[in-house]
Design a protein around this ligand. Structure first.
Ligand code: SF4
Length: 414
């Protein structure tokens, strides 16, 4: 076996161990609760995912949230999630074109007593109060429920423009009518600015934002989380795996030794790299929950096992993450769109296009990537190939080769 084959088989072994062995490996560790975890958890049952307070809402939510990208009419995963204490469910009117909400509705029709046990979140990508009413009513109908616990405006880019006084009045009315209990938004780009602005508004109950081992160490993100915590806003982390463009490996030759060392280090401790990426986020007590897409039972079990495991990450573990994040920075978009999008002559939503690339090149989800790409303004798509990204690349803190990535995804999806 030559050196390249040797490296590949070692990497394949580690990935397979991570995917297949996750649940048994971590589940073999005896759980023991720290004082902080006992405070944070209402459940004393070591087989049930613990809960944490969700901001100032007075609600406790499971620290693991069932992400909504489920294309299934199989209700088993919902049933199993309930049994394991994963009672925070996240969806959106757009997921699967409404199929995910319909699956939830099917579940509640079959198990009506479970509705009140679930902290149910859905979202709509509009700030128009009339459309919000229309979309909320349609979501309630699909999910066969009279209310959602938390309603989000999906993919907020600018708090000033999107969370207007009209939206505030709409949220207050929807609460008074008993259709929503809490209100907030999700943020995939310029998260820190949106969080800081929301903390000043005084009427935002919850935010779901991109948050992971790459982003949580940044000073801006630390400040944003602190501000939201002080304002009593419940925080849910998403994109915790911080996936990067798979083709990026080609540009650095292969996965770095840091990546392999990190994976081996975690496996020796009893958990996979994927589970460690969840654990490092949970170690911030100000994050109430992690929203994770769990399309099958293996991933659900592995994530639940990580949530139940009480082994703390060490300083060395954090250093492994740090080194790995630095080595692979050029393959991960941190969502700081204000920086790069102001540096190009033609209007191109750079971070949105990179998001399409993430779905296509990292998750292999061409349908989702294509749906997001086609939802971009036609002028933005036309501008992709005629724009010079030199200045934006110089300013990008991640040193992403923006021009090459954007042109590649344009070619792949056009
Ligand atoms: S391309 Fe760079 S500057 Fe632009 S959003 Fe992504 S990480 Fe930030």
């Amino acid at each position: 076996m030559n050196e390249k084959e040797n490296k590949n088989s070692r990497r394949d072994f580690l990935k397979t161990a991570g995917a297949i062995g996750a649940a048994p490996i971590i589940a073999s560790l005896a759980p023991f609760a720290s004082a902080a975890d006992k405070q944070n958890s209402k459940s004393s049952d070591p087989t049930i995912v613990p809960t944490r307070p969700f901001g100032k809402t007075g609600e406790n939510v499971s620290i693991l949230s069932l992400g909504g990208v489920l294309d299934t009419s199989d209700l088993l995963i919902f049933r199993q999630a309930m049994k394991m204490g994963v009672t925070y469910w996240d969806t959106a009117d757009s997921y699967g074109g409404g199929k995910n909400e319909k699956a939830i509705g099917k579940y509640f029709t079959k198990f009506p007593n479970d509705r009140k046990k679930v902290f149910l979140v859905t979202k709509a990508a509009t700030s128009d109060p009339n459309k919000l009413t229309e979309k909320l009513n349609a979501s309630l109908e699909r999910m066969k429920t009279s209310y959602v616990d938390l309603y989000f405006i999906h993919y907020v880019k600018d708090v000033k423009d999107e969370l207007t006084n009209d939206v505030k009045s709409w949220a207050e009315k929807a609460k008074a009518e008993g259709k929503i209990r809490f209100f907030g938004f999700s943020a995939h780009k310029n998260m820190e600015n949106s969080m800081l602005s929301a903390a000043k508004l005084g009427w935002i109950d919850g935010i779901m934002m991109s948050y992971n081992y790459r982003l949580m160490v940044k000073d801006e993100m630390k400040r944003a989380v602190d501000a939201c915590t002080k304002a009593g806003i419940g925080l849910t982390a998403m994109k915790t795996q911080a996936a990067f463009f798979a083709w990026f490996y080609a540009s650095i030759g292969s996965e770095t030794n840091d990546a392999l060392n990190m994976t081996e280090n975690f496996l020796k401790k009893g958990f996979t790299e994927e589970q460690a990426k969840l654990k490092i986020v949970w170690e911030n007590p100000n994050i109430a929950s992690i929203c994770s897409a769990m399309p099958n039972m293996t991933i659900l079990q592995a994530n639940v096992a990580a949530a139940l495991n009480k082994t703390k990450l060490s300083l060395k573990d954090r250093q492994h993450f740090d080194q790995y994040a630095k080595k692979t920075a050029g393959g991960y978009c941190a969502g700081c769109a204000d920086i790069c999008e102001s540096m190009v002559d033609f209007k191109v939503p750079i971070s949105d296009v990179l998001r399409c690339s993430m779905y296509y090149h990292s998750y292999g989800d061409r349908d989702k990537a294509l749906a997001l790409f086609n939802a971009l303004p036609t002028s933005a798509i036309e501008n992709i190939c005629k724009t010079d990204y030199t200045k934006a690349e110089k300013k990008c803190p991640q040193k992403i080769q923006i021009g090459s990535v954007l042109k590649k995804i344009h070619q792949d999806l056009s």
